[in-house]
Design a protein around this ligand. Structure first.
Ligand SMILES: [Fe+2]
Ligand SMILES: [Fe+2]
Length: 228
């Protein structure tokens, strides 16, 4: 069984300036909308929010890639890290789509939100990459909280602890009898890793010391596709 890394669940970057406060305020507003819309439907919540979570990594990778081409400079490993983050978030989506099925209304919400969020995040990244990474760091703080609440729902019997989908067992190298609870634990560890990486990138761009510790990433399969 893949090891579930130990990490601090309660990391919070205290805002230090106006940009941080804007990033935190924006995140808290979106959290309020998500809480109002989904309440405790954690499977549905995971699907819709993971379609959003997979956007920033690809935007950050694209913008950094173009910048490095223009300036003919090294990317310090950022591009691959961000592309991997986007892929990892897409695997969260592909996992939860096996657990819950989005309603037609939720599919329409996903379409609308993707238009708005992609364009808005792209514009934000061009204007202030530092604020964009801070926003993602705060999003991921909230994701860790949400998956902790999902675990509570499972442990208290309000959400069925169904068998882990095959795609998740493969991706996180989980054993045969793994359950949804095991999946939520590794997904939460992924989110904690993204949280620390993105706060670290924002710190670097702000000229601050990088995060002291980065939550370790769980092990992932090298080939994300299941054998046909
Ligand atoms: Fe995620
Ligand atoms: Fe994430």
């Amino acid at each position: 069984m893949t090891e579930i890394p130990l990490f601090d669940l309660n990391v919070h970057h205290a805002p230090r300036d106006l940009r941080d406060r804007v990033a935190l305020g924006f995140t808290k507003m979106l959290r309020f909308c998500a809480d109002t819309f989904f309440a405790k439907r954690y499977g549905h919540r995971a699907i819709v929010l993971e379609t959003v979570a997979a956007v920033p990594g690809m935007v950050g990778a694209t913008v950094n890639h173009l910048k490095c081409l223009r300036r003919m400079c090294d990317d310090k490993g950022w591009i691959r890290t961000l592309m991997e983050e986007a892929e990892n978030e897409r695997m969260h989506l592909m996992t939860f789509i096996e657990v819950a099925k989005p309603t037609l209304f939720e599919r329409l919400v996903i379409l609308a939100v993707q238009w708005v969020f992609y364009l808005a995040f792209f514009a934000l990244y061009l204007v202030s990459a530092r604020t964009a990474h801070r926003v993602v760091g705060y999003f991921e703080e909230e994701a860790v909280i949400s998956y902790t609440l999902y675990l509570k729902e499972i442990d208290e019997g309000r959400s069925a602890n169904v068998a882990a989908p095959a795609i998740a067992r493969h991706y996180w190298k989980l054993p045969e009898g793994a359950t949804l609870r095991d999946v939520v634990l590794v997904v939460r560890a992924d989110e904690a890793h993204h949280r620390d990486v993105n706060h670290g990138f924002a710190n670097e761009l702000a000229g601050l010391a990088p995060a002291e510790t980065v939550a370790p990433y769980p092990e992932h399969a090298e080939q994300i596709r299941l054998a046909a």
